[in-house]
Design a protein around this ligand. Sequence first.
Ligand code: PLP
Length: 264
Amino acid sequence: MTQNPGQAPPLVLTIAGSDSGGGAGIQADLKTMFALGAHGMSVIAAVTAQNSLGVQGYWELPPDAVRAQLDSVLSDIGVHAIKTGMLASSTLVEIVAERLAASDAPSVVDPVGVSKHGDSLLDPSAVDAVRTRLLPAATVVTPNLWEVEQLTGVKVVDESGLREAAEAVKALGPAWVLVKGGHLPGEPSDLLFDGEREYRYTAPRHDNRHTHGTGCTLASAIASHLALGETVPDAVAKAKEYVTGAIAAGFPLGAGIGPVDHRW
Ligand code: PLP
């Protein structure tokens, strides 16, 4: 998107983990924000050593380093929307939850638990802080079905269970819930719910195994569209369209699962 010369684009902040392979996390977030015409900023919560085969290790940043990054961005530049991803520990979840609760900017919380390869990206002791501190501060939370089960105990086996899942997550306090049903058989279907209104989004399934970074890209695209002034249902619709194109364009990398492509 072309910006007017001299005029600042919408400002979007990601608070998440770095992916050394460049496919997910902070790297996917910044590419998404750039592609959608926003200025992306990053508070790094953790650093992963990661490639197409999985996550070989991760290190969370000291709490003071996360607080200092937040202070630097928020005290001077400001934000129009915030996205959160991998936060690693209950201490970092609590620091971020406090800032979201104090901010007027809409927030999109991707409650990252494990990667597609099954590598844990959140200490099990932090799940409670995500449930009780982070989710109540979120404008939109974007759990997949595994995360719904981890957060609420509700297990979804087919599309008819999406509404119950959304109600269970909504009860934890976010303004909106987007339950991602992409792992169910059939056409991928997601459900957006605010306690009253329900929106369903379906997209054709692309037979492409190179889907690393899908969740990060979707949440960052929603945050970017919110920063551009869209309503939540419209931001989700446009973000779905963007991530569907990025999945279709996903490419092989290394010996394992390649990333979605942001240049389609
Ligand atoms: N690495 C980081 C830093 C992430 O934040 C995430 C997901 O949020 C992943 C890896 C996992 O990505 P995927 O499940 O798309 O492979």
